[in-house]
Design a protein around this ligand. Structure first.
Ligand code: PEP
Length: 252
């Protein structure tokens, strides 16, 4: 049985004062009781990991953890500005997002680099959240499944059965931050396609890997999305900035 996992992605947002309020609100809300067997986390900007980690640790909720939004593909060395996975582990991260479409777009990250990053995250004892997804043009030209299959196949090539310890986030680029959520059926169809592709490699990996949906998830569409058989939770961008919205999505 795959647990439902909801992970917030703050992107480049936050402030010391704002973060403290967010954690306080979310912890208080979650202390009132959450559906059993779920996992929740928030991936914050690197400079806030120590602060948010300490605040979340202090609320002692076993199902709430924190993570980062990227990691280096390298172990250590002359890579100015990069952050090694081992450093994120020292800061208590449970999850690390890799291959977010904004990193693919603005930093030209390739599937091979993303797989190397995921390996570093795994080697450091954390869970990579590997993002895949097609652009609007790719979907409109009928190539959505082909594009996502290509992205997944590179991950399979490098990560092999270690994919069972990863999360995959299907995030159609046209739905990220646009308010255009994929319908629950469109998302389910892609999640099914990903799971079937993984099953071609290894049935066990396919049945274990959690596949999250990301792209304009809000409190009012989360219930329908999370009810789909191959949707194992969500990666939440904009709506995770509001602690009440994040709580509602976690409860959906
Ligand atoms: C994201 O950035 O991962 C994301 C899904 O963003 P949003 O929820 O704002 O579409």
């Amino acid at each position: 049985m795959r647990p439902l996992t909801v992970i917030g992605n703050w992107k480049m947002n936050g402030s010391l004062a704002g973060n403290a309020g967010w954690v306080k609100t979310v912890c208080r809300g979650m202390e009132q009781g959450m559906p059993a067997g779920r996992k929740f986390a928030v991936c914050v900007p690197t400079p806030y990991l120590a602060q948010c980690g300490k605040l979340i640790e202090d609320c002692s909720l076993a199902f709430l953890s924190w993570g980062a939004q990227d990691a280096s593909a390298h172990v250590s060395g002359a890579y100015t500005g990069e952050v090694a996975a081992s450093m994120l582990k020292e800061l208590g991260c449970t999850y690390v997002i890799v291959g977010h479409s904004e990193r693919r777009q603005y930093h030209h990250e390739t599937d091979e680099q993303i797989a190397e990053k995921a390996l570093q995250v795994l080697d450091s004892g954390m869970t990579p959240v590997i993002c895949v997804g097609e652009s609007a043009d790719e979907r409109n030209s009928g190539r959505a499944t082909e594009v996502v299959r290509g992205q997944i196949s590179k991950q399979v090539m490098v990560l092999q059965d270690r994919l069972a310890d990863c999360l995959i986030a299907y995030e159609p680029v046209w739905a990220i931050g646009t308010g255009k959520v994929a319908s629950a059926q469109i998302a389910q169809d892609m999640h099914r396609a990903i799971r079937l592709q993984l099953a071609e490699f290894d049935e066990d990996v396919a049945s274990h890997v959690g596949i999250l949906y990301g792209g304009s998830v809000k409190p009012d569409n989360a219930v329908e999305l999370f009810a789909m058989p191959d949707i194992d939770g969500g990666l939440i961008g904009g709506a995770s900035l509001d602690p009440q919205d994040f709580l509602s999505i976690c409860q959906a």
